[in-house]
Design a binder for this molecule. Sequence first.
Ligand SMILES: Nc1ncnc2c1ncn2[C@@H]1O[C@H](COP(=O)(O)OP(=O)(O)OP(=O)(O)O)[C@@H](O)[C@H]1O
Ligand SMILES: [Mg+2]
Length: 254
Amino acid sequence: MTDTEPLLRAEGLTKRFGEFTAVDDVDFTVQPNETKALIGPNGAGKTTFQNLLTGKLSATEGTITFDGEDVTHVSPHERAQRGIIRKYQITSVYEDETVLENMRLAFRSRASSPWELLRTHDDSDIRDRIEELLSIANLHDEQHTTVGTLSHGEKQWLEIVMAVGAEPELLLLDEPTSGISVGETDDTVDLIEEIRSKENVAIVVIEHDMDFIRKVSESITVLDRGEIIASGTIDEIENDETVQRIYLGEAADA
Ligand SMILES: Nc1ncnc2c1ncn2[C@@H]1O[C@H](COP(=O)(O)OP(=O)(O)OP(=O)(O)O)[C@@H](O)[C@H]1O
Ligand SMILES: [Mg+2]
């Protein structure tokens, strides 16, 4: 055992809904500061897998180790406290609040006590951090804008930096480009690059857009019907016959 211990290790991770197996005996590791992409056809089990990592769903079988500790039966709140933070596939900002207030709420989400919550609310030192994060999301000039009036892309960026504000060790992004324009997708790539270079964080990004994945991640895992069918570099994955068959099959069905 000369390898460094991964930040996250899922072993034999399985989720069944009744008779149906959505995630099937998955082994998956993430090293500290690594970025990994998780791809696969609709219904492959990507979001379910992510829900197992955050604890939103409990595993039917298998274990999850994070920072060297077994977190398989640890609550979602406690996992977030330990640094497993997700950005949802579906937008989850407060539309009627300002950009700044949403950021404040995100910062408070990792407060461990009411006292800390109160203190965090009043503390001016988080202002610098919020401003820094809003700058990398190109939202610095939108601090007092009501979130409901932002574009889809701007909302996605806000949610991403809200998640970063919660101090993740592992940041889970479920389809960060969903519903946004091509130009905004390029800005999302830039944002993820900034986070990778400035923040001490591992990222698992779920996406369908291969051009996007090529730009943000060197390592790809392919899930199909709950099982990992391939993992490797983007070139390895694109040349993988099983992967080609699945995606060609999907294209033929469409
Ligand atoms: N709570 C649930 N109860 C029953 N079946 C579920 C539940 N959640 C997900 N599933 C099923 O599990 C499978 C995997 O769904 P999941 O949402 O994880 O796929 P996905 O890879 O994220 O797909 P997409 O790319 O469309 O987001 C699907 O067949 C889905 O219908
Ligand atoms: Mg999904």
